[in-house]
Design a protein around this ligand. Structure first.
Ligand code: NAI
Ligand code: MG
Length: 352
């Protein structure tokens, strides 16, 4: 089967790690002649925005619709304010394609040392609501520049939006051996939308009697993540909360440079988007030392989504073999370059 992949490397190290990811995917299909990838590159980036005034050209979203998946790098530049780059590119795709479920697995890969003592107990999947909540863009500013200036940032939660993410999270919990699901909110201090979020969770829970549920406030769950990582399995949280705790999860499992994420449109009506969780990393751009493992693990998630389980397993095994052998990028304390790690993963794929 030929999969059509829209590739949006974006900015900074996004270009470096996505290039590496394409190499690895192309190497993978050498062993599986029945599977193919047709990549189409899109130059949607801050560079394009500065030259042409737009991240996404007119008709761009329409064109993306025809692809089976989107492989995304990172967006963000020192020349463009982050709220513009984020909203004009990444969020336009996530929201335009109703990618309401953001899935972030976290575990410590072999050979990776975490700062956390019991990091081997980390085996989590964080489910982030990706379409509304704190990032729905509601609010405004009045009296700009005056002493009594006010800015509001209004979270928006809908019954439909909450119910579908909880169902997705319960299904995810059912697919895992421990079948545990932790609800994360801040419904003691935020008493409207967050309370609705909790209530719907317990309604949906009735349809999943096999799932062991518990709830934690977002501040408390950060301590559980650090002190009792084994208590957690699947975690469901709102857009903002999950954004924060998933960065914590990535750091606890070694480095931002290795963590992947999927922005899923579970109905399959529109393409889903796969990206490493890190950003464009100005500090290391162009040095050739970006860790490509996040982009590779991201490719594994994309393969699973495309129904290519065998390829996904082979790629993950190659990644684990290379990282386990001690060949590691500087963010994990090693000396290996992006190129060396990519070549080693390709070699490992060919040997299997
Ligand atoms: P960042 O993730 O780009 O970098 C944070 C730190 O982690 C830096 O020290 C960086 O060198 C390191 N790092 C990140 N990925 C790495 C990798 N693959 N290998 C080795 N080291 C790695 O986050 P930061 O610095 O907060 O943001 C930089 C820009 O990226 C900003 O414009 C921000 O808005 C954007 N950003 C974009 C994201 C996206 O496109 N989804 C996500 C996060 C940030
Ligand atoms: Mg984030």
């Amino acid at each position: 089967k030929k999969h059509r992949i829209a590739v949006i490397p974006g900015d900074g190290i996004g270009l470096e790690v996505i290039d590496a990811g394409k190499k690895v995917l192309e190497t993978l299909v050498e062993s599986y002649p029945s599977v193919g990838f047709e990549f189409k590159d899109f130059d949607w980036s801050s560079k394009r925005y500065l030259e042409k005034g737009q991240y996404i050209p007119d008709g761009g979203i329409e064109e993306l619709k025809t692809f089976d998946a989107i492989y995304f790098g990172a967006v963000g530049s020192e020349e463009v304010p982050d709220h513009i780059s984020l909203w004009d590119l990444r969020l336009k795709i996530c929201q335009g394609f109703d990618q309401y479920a953001n899935v972030r697995p976290a575990r410590v890969l072999p050979g990776v040392t975490s700062r956390l003592q019991h990091a081997d107990k980390i085996d989590w999947v964080i489910i982030r609501e990706n379409s509304e909540g704190e990032y729905s863009g509601n609010g405004g500013r009045v009296h700009q520049g005056l002493p009594d200036e006010v800015g509001t940032e209004v979270s928006l939660f809908t019954r439909k939006g909450i119910e579908r993410i909880h169902r997705f999270a319960f299904d995810m919990a059912m697919s895992r051996p421990r079948k545990k699901l932790t609800l994360v909110t801040k419904s003691n201090a935020q008493r409207h939308g967050m309370v609705l979020w909790d209530e719907i969770f317990f309604e949906v829970a009735k349809d999943y009697p096999e799932v062991e549920i518990n709830r934690e406030l977002v501040d408390a769950v950060t301590t559980t993540m650090v002190l009792k990582p084994e208590r957690l399995d699947v975690i469901v949280a709102t857009n903002l909360h999950a954004d924060i705790i998933s960065d914590l999860a990535a750091a606890l499992s070694g480095s931002l440079g290795i963590a992947p994420t999927a922005n899923l449109n579970p109905s399959g009506e529109f393409p889903s988007m796969f990206e490493p969780i890190h950003g464009s990393a100005f500090d290391i751009t162009g040095k050739g030392i970006a860790n490509p493992i996040g982009a590779f693990w991201t490719a594994v998630m994309m393969l699973e989504h495309l129904g290519e389980q065998t390829l996904a397993e082979r790629l993950m095994a190659a990644v684990e073999e290379v990282i386990g052998s001690g060949l590691q990028a500087p963010d994990l304390g090693g000396k290996a370059t992006t190129r060396e790690i990519t070549d080693a993963v390709c070699a490992s794929i060919r040997e299997k």
